[in-house]
Design a protein around this ligand. Structure first.
Ligand code: FAD
Ligand code: NAD
Length: 479
């Protein structure tokens, strides 16, 4: 599972971990002919996560938002090696990454990769806060298999609920979906599921209509905490109109195979324990650090006080290291863990590596010219011309070495809230924000995400999926 061209001994080896927003954006920008580039990721494709919630109900087919890593590296300036593997250990002292084959679940095939430069873009895992039962009974929504599992489970619950002689309480339980976490993932999933019910399920399986229910549970006083107040209110009103029940100030404490136990804070400050029977539970309470990153942090003195992820400096160099960079959700920075941030960090690092390569080339040229000058006669015309050449290249070298720190430019936040409506907090000018919600915003949401899809192929597939759903409805078969 690798391109077999041997590494060029004259070039530095750059190992990139991950094939997500950060790493792929770096791959797009970097001139790979300057390095021996090796990409390691257990996922052999890039995933356009903003449209993942739509895959849970079949609004979009999952392959439409996947782009094979092989296709991405094939078009680069020179060969890039790819390993479908997971990094299990980063040994900074010896500059070695241990990677484990990921082609089969029980594979133990490990190998070690030496690196000169390392970029860590492994993203994050779903957080459960150690709440009992979550890991065993909840579905998450981060990767394609998660979306497929949810899609299947929705139909499982509905078909089981339609089975004759089921008692009333059991039928209601199976038709109750609870979404925990009122951040954008939870909100978008709840919206997609309610759309599926209103537009398709109700027509195809009318027997479930009176008991189908979606509940969104959020520990804070409101959903979408990172959006502006006006859009939070709009979303909560919109959910009420769509009959999605929203329980705020409600913290889930425990999960069993069919019930959620939560603690709600009443307006007078008193606490109430709620028990919610469920058929499907989707857990969307944000991110936590992956084991490989936790291990690296434990082995670097400068990282010992970090909890949320790798600390990096303004050039994205991992604190306490040289020649190791990190980007995206595996880092702890002042920015939110979003695709927007990871993608900008990736293209920044791509530019930085191109600049480093230019500086190294110039350094070699200056050294060669200096050696040549030392062999020419003092005061000769040839020597004068070489010295002026050295001067001009040294100036370019100084410019190449003066690196600018990473600067994030926030373009805004978008979220789908159901019934062909979306909310958008946009940054239109340096200090100004523009907030909008509704159908027009939804048209904007669609066109923005369509234009951001990785390739023309992705764009056409996504557009076709939208048209298909408009014409035929979503597919309710269980596979
Ligand atoms: P990821 O994109 O998660 O990529 C991590 C990569 O590392 C993957 O390829 C993974 O397979 C690989 N990997 C994992 N472990 C290892 C290992 N041990 N060794 C090697 N490789 C490894 N953000 C927005 O800005 N806008 C949105 O609309 C939006 N919508 C979202 C919707 C959903 C459902 C989700 C879950 C997230 C959404 N986000 C959105 C957030 C966004 O997806 C993340 O912030 C972004 O993916 C982070 O990029 P990353 O490169 O750090 O990590
Ligand atoms: P999040 O961290 O944004 O939200 C998680 C929510 O879960 C929080 O509001 C938290 O209060 C709540 N929560 C935590 N524990 C709880 C408990 N026990 N009971 C009830 N509620 C609990 O997580 P996310 O929505 O998965 O998003 C992760 C990142 O991805 C964020 O940076 C987000 O901006 C980004 N994202 C963006 C979009 C978008 O822009 N459309 C979509 C999805 C994700």
């Amino acid at each position: 599972r690798e391109n077999q061209s041997p590494p060029d001994p004259t070039k530095k080896t750059l190992v990139i971990l991950g094939s997500g927003w950060g790493s792929v954006s770096l791959l797009k920008t970097i001139n790979t002919s300057n390095y021996n580039v090796v990409v390691v990721s257990p996922r052999n494709f890039f995933l356009f996560t903003p449209l993942l919630p739509s895959c849970t109900t079949g609004t979009i087919e999952h392959r439409s938002i996947m782009e094979p890593i092989r296709g991405i590296i094939r078009n680069k300036e020179s060969d890039v090696t790819y390993y479908e593997a997971e990094a299990t250990k980063i040994d900074y002292e010896n500059r070695v990454v241990t990677i484990r084959d990921h082609s089969t679940e029980d594979s133990k095939d490990e190998r070690q990769l030496k690196f000169d430069y390392l970029v860590v873009g492994v993203g994050a895992m779903n957080s459960t806060f150690g709440i009992p039962g979550v890991q065993d009974h909840a579905c998450f929504l981060k990767e394609i298999p998660d979306a497929q599992k949810i899609r299947k489970k929705i139909m499982d619950c509905i078909e089981s609920a339609s089975f004759k002689n089921l008692d009333d309480a059991d039928r209601k339980r199976l038709l109750h979906t609870v979404v925990v976490g009122g951040g954008p993932t939870g909100v978008e999933f709840a919206a997609e599921l309610q759309d599926f019910f209103e537009e398709d399920l109700k027509k195809w399986i009318p027997g479930i209509a009176k008991d189908f229910k979606v509940t969104l549970v959020e520990a804070l006083p409101n959903v979408l905490p990172s959006f502006s107040k006006q859009l939070i209110d709009y979303t909560e009103r919109q959910f009420k109109a769509e009959k999605i029940s929203v329980l705020t100030k409600t913290m889930v404490k425990k999960v069993t195979e069919d019930t959620i136990i939560a603690e709600a804070t009443r307006p007078d400050g008193s606490k109430e324990t709620l028990e919610m029977p469920y058929g499907l539970l989707v857990w969307a309470t944000g991110n936590t650090v992956r084991p490989v990153i936790r291990d690296l942090m434990a082995n670097l003195e400068a990282q010992k006080n970090s909890r949320r992820g790798l600390l990096v400096n303004e050039y994205l160099v991992v604190e306490g290291t040289e020649g190791v960079w990190a980007l995206g959700d595996c880092t702890a920075t002042k920015y939110a863990p979003t695709a927007q941030v990871a993608a900008q960090q990736g293209s920044y690092l791509g530019g930085l590596f191109n600049q480093l390569a230019r500086a190294e080339d110039l350094e070699q040229e200056v050294r060669a010219l200096e050696a040549k000058a030392s062999q020419t006669a003092e005061g000769s015309a040839e020597r004068k011309s070489i010295l002026s050449e050295i001067e001009s290249r040294s100036r370019r070298l100084r410019r190449s070495k003066s690196l600018l720190p990473f600067e994030y430019s926030h373009q805004g936040s978008l979220a789908y809230v159901g019934s062909d409506k979306a909310v958008a907090d946009l940054t239109l000018w340096a200090e100004g924000n523009f907030a909008s919600g509704g159908r027009l915003t939804y048209m904007f949401w669609r066109s923005a995400y369509l234009s951001m899809c990785f390739s023309m192929r992705n764009k056409i597939l996504v557009l076709t999926d939208w048209v298909k759903v408009k014409v035929f409805g979503r597919d309710v078969s269980r596979e």
